[in-house]
Design a protein around this ligand. Structure first.
Ligand code: FAD
Length: 453
């Protein structure tokens, strides 16, 4: 019988193994630790949490992460059920005792009759057999090179450069306006690609002062190996000269403010559309290492963004990830080598929860393919579906950067109030719709053949 090889026993690999093994598949997990180490992992355990001990919000009515928790629980997810068993008091967040958690993940997988664990580094993308690569943000160097040989060097990044992402409906369009620089782009759709926020000289000066004064996070020890100057944080750009941003990402040229056509702005902050739905916009060139609280304060000084809601804040981290929109099909298979799937953070999602969720899907997809079972398309209205649709189809490929789950990835529900005031009802409508869709999807799958749950 065929085996399913899973490379990486982190969040995604552990979950993928569990899901496939529970569907009667023989699984081999290839985990390089403790023989080969990363700068962040400390143990040889499966499911090790490298930093925070929190799986974030457990609220499944008002929070997209909590909704992923709910969906994974309904699907018998290993990561989420084990997290609940080792929960620590943390208000609305799901925080765990990290050592007990990863010890339990390790024990449950070792005890599973269909799972074997082999501690070794995999350094090639094999031509035969069924494989899931879930090697995470710190994919080993040798494997990274093998992936680049297959995909091209520009399709696998080693650092992210995340600009903050804003919900479109929180931008004040009485101050901001839609326009592509020099009116580039032929179609109306292309003209809608950018939103512009004007600044006068006093606003620009205050903005630069705030950037320079804001609290920043540092790189972790060992994290900067291989970092190059190509994608500087905005605060570093402004340290190099107060005018640098005005001549760089904030240059005010090729744009006319329809709210004040005779006034030439001193600087312009541009936001670029981030998803096909048009619900999210990223602030162009604004990758940053400012702390989250400071980012929100500084960015809300931008005219038009005073009430901005952020789908995610900016960051720069060591992070190995694929250009999934161009490389993966909707089953997370490498288009050029479909015996290989990718899962977890390396596919361009971010966080323990999102990575586990992509592991869950990949494990079920591989198992269905190997047994010839039917697997209906993951519903786009579920949180899992919104994420997988984003990374494999909905996201802009050219500017693709890792994404957390958030309600901006969901298709709008018709007939609901926009803006902040309608938010509570809107989120409840998203989560209700998601739960129905996810439950239907689970119910449509063939029953588990060999359950160790
Ligand atoms: P991982 O959990 O990293 O698992 C990948 C596994 O693959 C590892 O065990 C690794 O040893 C193994 N591996 C790699 N290459 C090979 C190979 N060639 N052969 C065999 N095995 C291999 N997320 C949060 O939600 N909260 C946080 O606070 C947080 N902090 C972070 C801090 C740092 C410094 C880093 C690097 C990441 C952080 N993340 C955080 C992101 C988090 O690591 C991921 O979201 C999550 O662990 C990803 O799950 P994964 O399964 O994709 O990767």
């Amino acid at each position: 019988t065929q085996e399913l090889h899973i490379v990486g026993g982190g969040m995604a690999g552990s979950e993928a193994a569990w899901q496939a093994a529970n569907r009667g598949i023989s699984v081999v997990i290839h985990e390089m630790r403790p023989k080969v180490e990363t700068f962040a992992h400390k143990t040889g355990d499966l499911g090790e949490m490298v930093c925070s001990n929190s799986f974030r919000s457990d609220d499944h009515e008002q929070n997209a992460v909590g909704l992923l928790h709910w969906e994974m629980r309904e699907a018998g997810g290993l990561i989420i059920t084990t997290a609940h068993q080792h929960r620590l008091p943390a208000g609305g967040a799901l925080a765990v005792d990290r050592d007990a958690f990863s010890a339990a993940i390790t024990a449950r997988l070792h005890a599973h009759p269909n799972v074997r664990v082999s501690h070794e580094e995999v350094t090639e993308l094999p031509d035969d057999g069924y494989w899931i690569f879930a090697t995470g943000p710190l994919t080993s160097a040798a494997l990274g090179q093998a992936i680049q040989r297959e995909t091209g060097t520009d399709r696998l990044a080693f650092f992210d450069a995340i600009a903050p992402i804003v919900y479109f409906d929180s931008i004040d369009m009485s101050k901001a306006w839609l326009q592509s620089r020099y009116d580039k782009g032929e179609t109306e759709e292309e003209q809608r690609a950018y939103i512009n926020c004007p600044m006068d000289k006093a606003q620009y000066d205050a903005f630069i002062d705030a950037l320079l004064a804001a609290d920043k996070t540092e790189f972790h020890e060992g994290e900067t190996a291989g970092y190059f100057d190509g994608c500087l944080p905005i605060e570093v750009m402004s340290e190099r000269g107060r005018e640098t941003l005005r001549h760089g990402p904030m240059k005010p040229v090729g744009l006319t403010n329809p709210h004040a056509p005779d006034v030439k702005p001193w600087a312009v902050v541009q936001l670029r559309r981030d998803n096909a739905l048009g619900t999210l916009y990223n602030i162009v060139g604004f990758q940053t290492k400012m702390k989250y609280g400071a980012q929100a304060d500084v960015f809300r000084t931008i005219p038009g963004l005073e009430n901005a809601s952020f789908a995610r804040l900016g960051g720069i981290h060591r992070n190995t990830f694929l250009n999934s929109p161009t490389l993966l099909d909707d089953q997370m298979r490498l288009r050029s080598k479909p015996n290989i799937r990718f899962a977890g953070q390396v596919t361009g999602v971010e966080g323990y929860v999102e990575s586990s969720a992509m592991g869950l899907l990949s494990g079920r997809m591989a198992a269905a393919e190997m047994t010839g079972a039917s697997l209906p398309t993951v519903p786009q209205d579920s949180a899992h579906g919104a994420l997988i649709y984003h990374i494999t189809g909905g996201a802009e490929a050219k500017t693709f950067q890792p994404m957390n789950v958030n309600f901006g990835l969901f298709r709008p529900v018709d007939g609901l109030k926009g803006g902040r005031r309608g938010r509570k009802d809107r989120y409840k409508a998203y989560t209700d719709r998601a739960k129905d869709a996810w439950s239907d999807w689970l119910a449509a799958q063939e029953p588990i053949q060999s359950a160790a749950e």
